[in-house]
Write a protein that binds this ligand. Sequence first.
Ligand code: PGA
Length: 249
Amino acid sequence: MRTKIVAGNWKMNMNASQTDQLLADLKQQNWPSDVQIIVAPTFVNLDRAASAVANSAINVSAQNMHQATHGAFTGEVSADMIASVGVNTVILGHSERRAYFHEDDTLLSQKVNAAIVAGLKVIFCFGEELSDRKAGNHFEVVKSQLEGGIFMLPKEAWSQVVLAYEPVWAIGTGETASPEQAQEMHAFIRETLSQKYDESLAESISVLYGGSVKPANAKEIFAGKDVDGGLIGGAALDAVGFAAIANSF
Ligand code: PGA
C-alpha cells in the first residue's frame, strides 16, 4: 500500500501571523488518518510552523534548499538548517524554481543528493509545458526530467522520495489535467520507475498530481489508480478547502 499524501505548497504567501492563523485553522479540521498531510510555508516561518504543528496530524516541508552543506552562499538555506528546526521534508524541482530561478536537471540532482544525505524526504516535482504537450512530447520530457534530476539515486534512497507530476500549463491557471490525462501520465511514471529500478520500487512510490487541484475536482483526480494524492498551491491557503481535498480519496 502506497502512502496517500496531500501537500500544500504555500509559495511566497503568509507572513508570520498569517502562518500562525492558517496553522491554527488547519489544526481544527478533521484529517483522514490514512492520508499524510504536509504544508510548506516559507523559510522564515518553518521554525514556528514546526513548533505549531508538533503533536498534530500536520507535517511541515520546506519549499527549496541549497545543494551545499554550508558556506559562503549569501541568502541560501541548507538541508541541515531545515532539519535543525524539526522539518524533515523539502520540495525540489518546482516549475517556478525551474522557470524563474533557472534550476536545471544537473542542479536539481545535486539538491536531491544533498537532501537525501541530510536525511530529508524529497518531494520531487516535474512536468511538461503546454508546448511539449501540444507537440506530443510530454512523455519524453517527463522521462528526461526524471533521468536528469533523480534517477542517479540508488534504490535504497527511494524510501525518502515522493514524486509530484505537475504539468506546467495547469499550475495556477485554473486549468487542470483531466483525470484521464493525470492517470495516463502517472502510469507512465510508474512504468518508467519500474524499467529503471524494479516493479516493487515502482509500486511503492507515492506519485502526487499538482496543478489547480481544488475541492471540486480532487475526488476525480485522486480516483486514478496511480494517483496517490496532490501537491496543492492556491487551494492550500484555505484550511477548510485544503481539508476537503485531503478527504477526497
Ligand atoms: P496550484 O499550484 O494548485 O495553485 O495550481 C500547484 C503547485 O504549484 O504546486
